[in-house]
Every structure is written in C-alpha cells, then in structure tokens.
Design a protein around this ligand. Structure first.
Ligand SMILES: C[S@@+](CC[C@H](N)C(=O)[O-])C[C@H]1O[C@@H](n2cnc3c(N)ncnc32)[C@H](O)[C@@H]1O
Length: 203
C-alpha cells in the first residue's frame, strides 16, 4: 500500500475512534491513557506515594494519567522525543538503551522504585515482523533494568507484541517475577498485535 493511502486510512480510523475523541475532551495527549487506565482498574497498580519510571513516555498520556489520579508520586518520564511539561513529572530526553540514561534514572531516584512502565515502541518501518522484534528487544532491556532497579514488591508493566520475541519475553518475565499476566485492554486496537504484560513481586 502507498504511504499516503496508509496515512489516509490511519486518519479515517482516528476520526472514528471513540478513545481518540475521549482523549481530546479529557485533555490527554494520546488515547494510550485509556490502556493504562484499564490495566490499573484490573491489576490495581497505582497507590499514593509511589516512585515510578515511565519509559517511552512521549507524548505523555501515561504520565498525565498518573499525575492526575495518584497523589504524592515521584515520576520520571523518558523518551527519545521531547515531552512537553507535565505537572509533577520529571522529564528526560534520551535513549533508554544507553547506559548513561539508565544511570541518570538511578541517580535521579537514588533508591529503587515501586513501578517501571514501558510503552516503548520503535517508529514503524512498515514491516510488522521487524517492528515487533525491535520493540521486543526494548521490552527485554526494560525487564533487565527492572530486575536491577525495582523494589522487591515492585511492579513492571510493558507493551508486548505477539511475535517471535513473545515467548522469550514471557519466560524471562517469569524468571524475574513471581506473577506475570498478559492483558489486552479494550482500548488497544483489535487489529494491533499489541498486548501488555503485568509483572509483580521480584523473585
Ligand atoms: C507508543 S509511544 C508511547 C506513548 C506513551 N505511553 C503515551 O501515553 O503518550 C512509544 C514511544 O517509545 C519511544 N521510544 C522508542 N524507543 C525508545 C528508546 N530507546 N528510549 C526511549 N524512548 C523510546 C518512542 O519515541 C515513542 O515516543
């Protein structure tokens, strides 16, 4: 399919999408906020006073959701792209896979954190197999980081694609955490291979 035909189809889908309309009314920068809301409703992730890392956070709707709904949180949001200011959120621009960035996150908090979220995904190449492999590698990197930097009772939530890295990610998650769940929110597009893993309690 030609590129402008793909973007016309994308625009048509966006205009019809109830979550896109809802996000505009409620002031969220993207419809992704509702995926996190559904995850939280089902798995009870957030409580007041937590420390949270939001990986792949741009444009910022996950951090907005947390900042609006949870009291007294310490949250750091990082992305390759610039993120516009969000109340109560510390913003970092950089590549999470870079050791220097990971050190900056650790220095910011000093102590281990309660929650690590990752919605990181590569810019689509048009090849769904390649996209899911590269995004899978980001999830694996985030899992290793969580193993080092989460508190014992910590939680990890990440986007995961149904693809060749799926089984590898699930078995790694099960080695690191006592509980691992896979969940596809209703607000995640049906035709997307995206789901989320929710992991709790380090082994
Ligand atoms: C689906 S978007 C995230 C949406 C976000 N959760 C929200 O609610 O607004 C995926 C993001 O991952 C970011 N990303 C991809 N690779 C990254 C990396 N290596 N380090 C940091 N961010 C990365 C992309 O720049 C993109 O903004």
């Amino acid at each position: 399919m030609k590129k402008n035909k793909i973007s016309k189809n994308w625009l048509r889908k966006q205009n019809k999408d109830i979550y896109v309309r809802k996000s505009k009314i409620e002031g969220y920068r993207s419809r992704a906020a509702y995926k996190l809301e559904e995850i939280n409703n089902k798995f009870k992730i957030f409580k007041n006073n937590q420390s949270i890392v939001d990986l792949g956070a741009a444009p910022g709707s996950w951090s907005q959701y947390i900042s609006k709904n949870i009291k007294n949180i310490k949250i750091l949001a990082i992305d390759l792209k610039e993120i516009k200011k969000i109340e109560n959120v510390f913003l970092l621009k950089g590549d999470f896979t870079n050791q220097k960035c990971q050190n900056q996150i650790k220095e910011h908090f000093r102590n281990k954190v309660d929650i690590i979220l990752s919605d990181m995904a590569v810019n689509t190449t048009g090849n769904k197999t390649i996209d899911s492999i590269v995004t899978g590698e980001l999830t694996i990197e985030a899992l290793h980081f969580s193993e080092q930097f989460l508190l014992k009772n910590g939680q990890f939530v990440s986007k995961i694609f149904m693809g060749s890295t799926f089984n590898e990610i699930i078995s790694l998650a099960k080695k690191i955490f006592k509980e691992t769940h896979v969940f596809k929110p209703l607000s995640s597009r049906k035709d997307s291979k995206e789901s989320f893993i929710i992991c709790k309690f380090l082994r």
